[in-house]
Structures are given as structure tokens and as C-alpha cells.
Write a new protein. Structure first.
Length: 320
């Protein structure tokens, strides 16, 4: 039984507690977030800006791939006034993640969290450098999980960043590449886009993206396959859920023309339930399966179309 003598916190006390969490996260994360200045041409006026987050003490930073996409040179400045030139290590447009290295051996790395443990409604704090204002802090909640974000590379090819985090923490130009942190000041996302008023998106930091970052640090690139769809989690009809022993699959929301998915006959509205022997329940499952070894290999893809289970053969292509 609840203690009848317990006094519920007042609104002011609740707000004070919220503020204390946000300010504590900001204090711990700000030293690890850099303001990036990107030069794209010979003139100092030919450039852009963004944010980056320190991963290792010896200078590795993560940022958004689109921030450094056409960079000829870049620098990183920190809240303590220090500034370092950056060397681009590698970029992965599919995840919109890039790794650069500051010419310094004494940076403050951020603790790494796990976005797979996030829940809708959870408090998050976004830290970056919007509109040139360094060290800006906003807060909000996780509004949605497992979203897809359509992007375009420099050659005009459409790609989809899968499994992104949706948040209402205010993001603005310059926030790209900045930190999305949980209440324990751990990096759980890299801010990537502003999709509309009160709608920001971040690439999750989880086992999949940590493997991507490790490959970029090691090799400067990620060899990966792609199918060419945008999708999101959708609940299965109860009868099919009982039959298959799972509650959800990945709904195909869009198929890119000329892609492996199009060649295999996938259609909008199809519900992907497995690839080979691997169960698929969310977009991140597809991304995890598109490893180097899958490129050029025929894979059976099981989909629910209407009330029929179909098996389609798909051959993932290498993402160039």
C-alpha cells in the first residue's frame, strides 16, 4: 500500500529535478563536443559548419557524413577555447556517420551508451553548435524509434538511413554531428537532421553503428550491402503473429527504382519477416544483416503480402 503520509513532489520540485538532470548532463558532455568548421574551396567563405563528438582520448571524433562530404579541410574547436586541425579518416553515407581525427592526443571522450535500450518518452539531451552558437544545449524526449531517413549522396543517388531516433529536442543547422545523450551523459545518438518543427532525428549508437565506426577507424571505409528500401516496424496480424511466433516485421514503405529490392519484386506494403534464417522485426535488423559477406549472395526473403507468405530471392549489391 502507498504511504498515505508521503507528499507528492510539487510542480516546482519536479521541474527543478528535471533541470538538474539536464544541467548535469550538459556539464559532463560539453567538453567532448566540438564545433566543426569545414572548408570546401580555396576561399574561407566556401565552407560550412557542424558538430563532432570525441570518441577517444587520442583524437578520434564522430560526426555526420554529410557534414564532411565535400570538405577540403576542417578544424574542431572546443568549449575550453582549444582548436585543432582535422584529418578525415572515413565516411559511411548509408549510416550518415563519419570519423575524423584531431591533431591532438589529449581530448575528453564521451562515455558510450546503447540506443537499443531506449524507450519512447525517455529524456534525451542534444548538444551541438546550431547557427554557429557553440555549446548549445536542448532537451526533450524520445518521440519515436526505428524511423527511416531518406538522403541523397553527391551523385544524386537516394539512400536511406535506417533505425534513426526521433526526438523533439530542438535541432537546428549546425547541430548535425552533435551528441544526443541520455540522462547518464552517455552518447546514444549522433544528431543528423531536422525533419520539421519539433522533429529531430539522430543516428543511434548501438552495436551496429559501433561496428561501423570501428571499421571506419581501421580501414577508412565500410563495405556493406544494401537492398534499396525504406521501412519501419509494423505489428503483424494476430493470426500470423501466432503462426510465426513473433509480433512484428519490417513494412516496406518505399522501394528505390533499380535497386536489388526492386529486382526481387518487393512492393510497398510488404511486411518482411525474415532474411535467410534470420528473423527481422525492425529496420536495424536489416542493416545488421547487410554485412560484407552478404554482397552478391542470393538470399531468401520471406514477406507477408496481404494474407500470403511469399519467398523472394534478393541479391544485395555493394553500396558504392
Amino acid at each position: 500500500m502507498p504511504d498515505a503520509t508521503a507528499v507528492a513532489p510539487t510542480e516546482r520540485e519536479a521541474l527543478d529535478a528535471y533541470s538538474q538532470i539536464v544541467s548535469s548532463v550538459a556539464e559532463r558532455v560539453l567538453p567532448s563536443v566540438a564545433s566543426l568548421r569545414v572548408r570546401m574551396g580555396a576561399s574561407t567563405r566556401d565552407g560550412g559548419a557542424g558538430s563532432g563528438v570525441v570518441l577517444t582520448r587520442d583524437g578520434y571524433l564522430v560526426t555526420s557524413a554529410h557534414v564532411l562530404a565535400q570538405a577540403r579541410a576542417a578544424s574542431a574547436s572546443f568549449i575550453d577555447g582549444t582548436e585543432y586541425e582535422l584529418d578525415l579518416v572515413g565516411a559511411d553515407p548509408l549510416s550518415d556517420l563519419a570519423v575524423a581525427r584531431a591533431r591532438s592526443a589529449n581530448l575528453e571522450p564521451i562515455p558510450i551508451g546503447d540506443a537499443d535500450a531506449l524507450r519512447v518518452g525517455q529524456l534525451v539531451v542534444a548538444i551541438g553548435n546550431p547557427m554557429g552558437f557553440s555549446g548549445s544545449v536542448t532537451s526533450g524526449v524520445v518521440s519515436g524509434l526505428g524511423r527511416s531517413l531518406a538522403t541523397a549522396d553527391g551523385n544524386g543517388h537516394r539512400r536511406f538511413v535506417e533505425d534513426v531516433i526521433q526526438t523533439d529536442a530542438a535541432l537546428n543547422p549546425g547541430n548535425s554531428g552533435g551528441a544526443l545523450a541520455d540522462w547518464q551523459a552517455r552518447l546514444i545518438g549522433v544528431n543528423t537532421a531536422v525533419a520539421g518543427m519539433g522533429l529531430g532525428l539522430a543516428v543511434p549508437i548501438n552495436s551496429t553503428t559501433q561496428a561501423i565506426l570501428a571499421a571506419l577507424m581501421r580501414n577508412g571505409r565500410v563495405r556493406r550491402g544494401f537492398l534499396g528500401i525504406a521501412g519501419g516496424t509494423r505489428a503483424m496480424p494476430p493470426s500470423m503473429a501466432e503462426r510465426l511466433g513473433r509480433k512484428a516485421g519490417v513494412e516496406v514503405q518505399e522501394v528505390v527504382g533499380g535497386s536489388p529490392a526492386a529486382a526481387a519484386g518487393l512492393q510497398g506494403g510488404d511486411l518482411i519477416v525474415s532474411i535467410g534464417e534470420a528473423t527481422v522485426t525492425k529496420s536495424g535488423d536489416l542493416q545488421r544483416l547487410m554485412v560484407e559477406a552478404r554482397i552478391g549472395s542470393k538470399l531468401p526473403l520471406t514477406v507477408l503480402r496481404g494474407d500470403q507468405l511469399l519467398t523472394l530471392d534478393v541479391v544485395p549489391a555493394e553500396l558504392n
